[in-house]
Design a protein around this ligand. Structure first.
Ligand code: DUC
Ligand code: ZN
Ligand code: ZN
Ligand code: ZN
Length: 477
């Protein structure tokens, strides 16, 4: 089998950094060695099939984005990245594993939804992928299928307290699913927003003629996120089901999570780059020549961008430092302005919700290191190691150690990128971060030992990525 030596770099893990060479044999890492090691009389640099010079660069475990929506049907259209384009864009950005959401909607069998997702993904992915299961209809049949999820390699499922009539579960349904999850060891993921109240607020705004994208963020008030987060926490407490709250954007929701964790509950939270960088005022309120006051549609997502004046963004960064939040995923759910977002011209309720950033998560979070808000180790922990542990992949993924998959990124701290829709690889006609200057650059990406991105070239192919069967969360005591 072909061997690769990544030499001269600084290997960064969640717990430290060290100068070391990384040896990969076939698909697996077989050694993390003192620089320039001669092993059993063999000069590794001379004998490896491929040598990658990482001098002056960081060598990190490939990123794991545990929240993507490729090809998701939503709001009368479908997320614009396919598994093929989305996973390839992820690879460009140093992400070597994604966990997407298979969708079951009320009244349909869960296994059908899961099978449909396998069909979309199989043979199309650039990198390894797993699934969470969305349960959009909690009933006897879906509850009966929950024990089978583990056999399918799916150890986490998601419910929605938002989107009545689409994915929504009421409290009784959530309680029943959580009781089952507690019994099985499944991790419950929650979209925590009070959907019924938000829909009333949104209708009132629309009736009052307040129809621009900005009002999406007003309707989805932080009180509705705090309240739902609290409710999910109490249902989790009652049922003893571990809880993972997705896309946290309100500082008050973080406070709820911190409160629950301080009480000893197994409650976790994820935020996304958009909630760290972007705001209600600057983005949802934006206007342009081309789109006028509809420009803000580019940034319509749920949970929504929050007010910078109210300090949500700073609080998210702080929560990442203090471990009140444990992970950063993207909630990558791209829609083009043309033909998709513009479905909501004249009524913000019809704008498909979502932002695409699967390609830029590693870069955007590295800026936290550049600005002194995160350590290098915390960067790796938030973007790779914790996702692996949280979702039952650690050992194989999320770490550079013998026995792990050869999913490795060589990251150049001297590099530079300007984010733009002109150059990104996602299937989107705009970027939520257009013009952002990024310090640092993904140079080389290996997926199970194969170099798939190198020096500005894509060397992988469709179908390189395999379905990843995950085990139980390794983050729980
Ligand atoms: N939020 C989004 O922004 N898009 C898809 C679903 C969701 O909850
Ligand atoms: Zn959601
Ligand atoms: Zn999502
Ligand atoms: Zn570079």
């Amino acid at each position: 089998m072909a061997t690769t030596l990544i030499k001269g770099g600084t290997v960064v893990s969640a717990t430290g950094q060290t100068s070391a060479d990384v040896l990969i044999d076939g698909e697996k890492i077989v050694g993390v060695l003192a620089p320039g090691s001669v092993l059993l009389g063999t000069d590794l640099a001379a004998s490896a099939d491929t040598v990658i010079d990482a001098t002056g660069k960081y060598v990190i475990p490939g990123g794991i984005d545990a929240h993507t929506h490729f090809e998701l049907p939503f709001g009368g259209t479908e997320a614009s990245d396919s598994f093929e384009s989305g996973t390839r864009a992820a690879a460009w950005g140093g992400t070597t594993t994604v966990v997407d959401f298979a969708v079951q909607v009320a009244g349909t069998p869960v296994p059908d939804g899961l099978a449909a997702w396998h069909e979309k993904a199989a043979g199309n992915c650039a990198i390894d992928y797993g699934f969470h299961q969305i349960i959009g209809g909690v009933d006897e049949a879906s509850l009966a299928f929950m024990p089978k999820l583990l056999d399918e390699g799916i150890s986490s499922y998601k419910m929605f307290m938002a989107y009545p009539g689409v994915f929504y579960s009421d409290d009784g349904q959530i309680l029943r699913a959580m009781q089952k999850a507690a019994e099985l060891g499944l991790l419950t993921m929650m979209h925590a927003e009070n959907g019924p109240a938000i829909d009333v607020l949104a209708a009132q705004l629309a009736e009052a003629g307040k129809t621009t994208p900005y009002y999406h963020g007003i309707a989805r008030a932080w009180q509705m996120e705090e309240e739902a987060t609290h409710r999910a926490i109490m249902l989790s407490h009652l049922t003893n089901a571990p809880l993972y709250v997705v896309h946290v954007s309100a500082k008050q929701a973080v406070e709820q999570l911190a409160w629950a964790r301080d009480r000893g509950q197994n409650v976790f939270g994820e935020t996304c780059p958009q909630y760290l960088y972007l705001s209600l005022e600057e983005q949802l309120g934006a206007t342009s020549k081309e789109w006028g006051d509809f420009e803000g549609a580019k940034w319509v997502c749920s949970t929504p961008l929050r007010s910078r004046e109210e300090g949500h963004q700073d609080h998210m960064w702080q929560a990442l430092r203090t471990n009140d939040l444990q992970m950063v995923s993207t909630d990558h759910c791209p829609f083009c302005m043309k033909g998709q977002k513009e479905l909501g011209k004249g009524d913000f309720r019809k704008i498909p919700n979502g932002i695409g950033s699967v390609e830029h998560r590693m870069d955007l979070m590295y800026q936290g290191v550049v600005t002194g808000q995160l350590t290098l180790e915390r960067w790796v922990e938030l973007t790779s190691t914790t996702p692996a542990r949280m979702f039952g992949m650690y050992g194989q993924k999320g770490v550079i150690a013998p026995g792990a998959d050869g999913d490795v990124v060589v990251y150049d701290p001297q590099g530079h990128t300007t984010i733009s829709a002109e150059t990104h690889h996602m299937n989107m006609d705009h970027s939520a971060w257009e013009g952002y200057e990024i310090d640092g650059h993904v140079d080389t990406v290996l997926s199970r030992g194969k170099v798939i991105v190198d020096g500005g070239q894509y060397l992988g192919s469709k179908g390189d990525g395999r379905f990843l069967k995950r085990g139980l969360s390794q983050y729980l005591v």
